[in-house]
Unconditional design. Structure first.
Length: 69
């Protein structure tokens, strides 16, 4: 009566993109970020580390919250 649902290939592709890690230099060249966001990331990210887009957004939020106080 019930069949096993096949995984959605588009959803898997999106998850892989979300988990993809980028270097500080790649973030500074990204078209997805504003100039201010890029400058924040250049200031707070470590050169030898890689980060997901989600992690980068968290760093931006932390920086902005720290500056507002």
């Amino acid at each position: 009566m019930f069949t096993k649902k096949e995984p959605d290939p588009k959803k898997q592709e999106t998850q892989q993109k979300n988990n993809q890690k980028y270097s500080k230099a790649q973030f500074s060249e990204s078209w997805q970020l504003s100039r201010i966001e890029k400058e924040i990331l250049v200031a707070v990210l470590l050169e030898q580390e890689t980060y997901t887009m989600e992690e980068a957004q968290e760093h931006i939020q932390q920086f902005m919250n720290g500056e507002a106080q």
